[in-house]
Design a protein around this ligand. Structure first.
Ligand code: CTP
Length: 391
C-alpha cells in the first residue's frame, strides 16, 4: 500500500453527486491523489468528464474496459470514500453483489471505508437499508451522515448527504496517524467583542483561521479538542466540541471551565485588551458620546499560566515587527512553555490569510524561525513542538 493519500472516490446515482465535484477538489487541495469510480446511475446525474477535468485522471465506470482495474486500483488506495452512497449501493455492498466495477472493487478492497449516504428519508428508514448499514458498520465501515433537512424530492427528513466539509474532514482524519489520541487540547481562537451599547462594540482584528487550523489539525491527529472562539466566519470541524463566546470575560469563564480536563492549552485568540467600563442598555445617539471609558479585560492566558500544573501552555504573540523581546516577556510573565510570534506586518502573515510566518520561542530561550507556510502546517508544527515537550 502506498504512503500517499491515495483515495478512491466512489460516486453513485444520487442528485447529491454534483457535490462530489467539490469533495474531489477539496481532497486534492489537502494533498490527496483522487481516483474516481462511478456507477452507471451516477453518470446520469453528472458526467465523468467533470471529474476527469478536476482530478486529471480517467474515471473508471466499466468493468470490462480494463479487466484488472478493480484489482489494481484497490491495491494502491488507502481510503475508499463513497459519497454519495444510494440505498441500492448500500444494500448491494452489504451483500457483496459484484455486478459492476463498483461491486468488484468493493470485494477486492481491504482498507478503510467511509460511506456518506444520500437518499429520500423513507428509503433511509427502510428496514432493508437500516439492516445493511448495521451490517456494514459491524464489519468496520465508517458512516458520515446522513443529516436531516430538506431533500431534493421536496420532502423533509433524515437522508441529506452530510456537508462536504464534514465528509472531507472525515476522509483526511482517516488518513492521519493518531499520535495525539491521549491528548485533550483546549484551543482558543478569533477575536473577542466588548460591547459599548446594543449596537456597537470594540474588538481586535482576527479571522480565527489560525486557532481553527490548530483545532482541526489536533482533531485529525486524534486529540479530543475543545475550541473556544469569539465571533468568526470559520466553520468549526464536526469532530470537536465547539464553544462560541463573545467577550473576553465570557472566554475567560469558558477557558476556566474546560481547563481541568485539558492536557494542553493553546491560546490563539486575539483577546481584546480593553472593554468599555459600562455597557449602555440602549443605543447611544452620536451626539451623546464624546469619549468612552475603558477598563482592562482579564488576561486569560496569565490565569491559565498560574493554574497550569503539568499542562503544556502555548501562547501567541501578534506583533508589528519581529519583536522577540516582547514575545519573550509574554512567555515569562504568563508562565508559558512556548510562544508563537508572528509579525503581522509581513506579507502572508497578517489577518484573513491562509498562511503565516512564525517564530517559536521556548522557555529556555531557544528561538526557531519558520518560513511562510499554510496555517494548517503551522498548526501541525505547534502540535509537534507541544508533543516534544511531553517526552
Ligand atoms: N491573551 C489573553 N488575554 C488577554 C490578552 C491576551 O489570554 N486579555 C493571550 C492571547 O490569546 C495570546 C497572548 O495572551 O495568546 C498574547 O496576546 P497579545 O495580545 O500578543 O499580548 P498582550 O498580553 O495582550 O500584550 P500587548 O497587547 O500589550 O502586546
Amino acid at each position: 500500500m502506498s504512503d500517499k493519500k491515495n483515495i478512491i472516490l466512489g460516486i453513485t446515482g444520487s442528485i447529491a453527486a454534483y457535490k462530489a465535484v467539490d469533495i474531489a477538489r477539496r481532497l486534492m487541495e489537502e494533498g490527496a491523489v483522487v481516483r474516481v469510480v462511478m456507477t452507471g446511475a451516477a453518470c446520469k446525474f453528472i458526467t465523468p468528464l467533470t471529474f476527469e477535468s478536476i482530478t486529471g485522471k480517467p474515471v473508471l465506470i466499466d468493468l470490462f474496459s480494463d479487466p484488472f482495474s478493480h484489482i489494481n486500483l484497490s491495491k494502491e488506495a488507502r481510503l475508499l470514500l463513497i459519497a454519495p452512497a444510494t440505498a441500492n449501493t448500500i444494500n448491494k455492498l452489504s451483500c457483496g453483489i459484484a455486478d459492476d466495477l463498483f461491486g468488484n472493487l468493493w470485494l477486492t478492497y481491504e482498507g478503510t471505508v467511509i460511506i456518506a449516504p444520500a437518499m429520500n428519508h423513507r428509503m433511509y428508514c427502510h428496514p432493508s437499508v437500516q439492516k445493511s448499514i448495521r451490517e456494514l458498520k459491524s464489519s468496520g465501515v465508517n458512516f458520515v451522515g446522513p443529516v436531516s433537512g430538506s431533500l431534493a424530492c421536496g420532502e423533509e427528513g433524515e437522508g441529506r448527504m452530510a456537508a462536504v466539509s464534514t465528509i472531507v474532514e472525515a476522509a483526511i482524519a482517516a488518513l492521519t496517524p493518531k499520535d495525539l489520541s491521549k491528548q485533550n487540547i483546549l484551543v482558543t481562537a478569533g477575536p473577542t467583542i466588548e460591547p459599548i451599547d446594543p449596537v456597537r462594540y470594540i474588538s481586535n482584528r482576527s479571522s480565527g483561521k489560525m486557532g481553527f487550523a490548530i483545532a482541526k489539525a489536533a482533531a485529525r491527529r486524534g486529540a479530543k479538542v475543545t475550541l473556544i472562539s469569539g465571533p468568526s466566519s470559520q466553520m468549526p470541524p464536526a469532530n470537536i466540541s465547539f464553544v462560541p463566546v463573545e467577550s473576553a470575560s465570557e472566554m475567560e469563564t469558558a477557558v476556566l471551565k474546560y481547563l481541568p480536563k485539558a492536557t494542553s492549552v493553546i491560546m490563539a485568540a486575539a483577546v481584546a485588551d480593553f472593554a468599555p467600563s459600562t455597557v449602555n442598555k440602549s443605543k447611544f445617539k452620536k451626539t451623546e458620546i464624546s469619549a468612552i471609558n475603558l477598563k482592562k479585560t482579564p488576561d486569560i492566558l496569565k490565569k491559565v499560566g498560574e493554574k497550569k500544573g503539568k499542562r503544556i501552555v502555548i501562547g501567541f504573540a501578534a506583533e508589528t515587527g519581529k519583536n522577540i523581546d516582547n514575545a519573550k516577556n509574554k512567555l515569562k510573565s504568563k508562565n508559558l512553555d512556548l510562544i508563537v510570534l508572528n509579525d503581522i506586518s509581513q506579507k502572508g502573515a497578517g489577518f484573513d490569510v491562509d498562511t503565516n510566518i512564525v517564530t517559536i520561542i521556548d522557555n529556555k530561550g531557544k528561538i526557531t524561525d519558520y518560513p511562510l507556510m499554510k496555517k494548517i502546517e503551522v498548526a501541525n508544527i505547534v502540535l509537534d513542538r507541544m508533543m516534544a515537550l511531553k517526552r
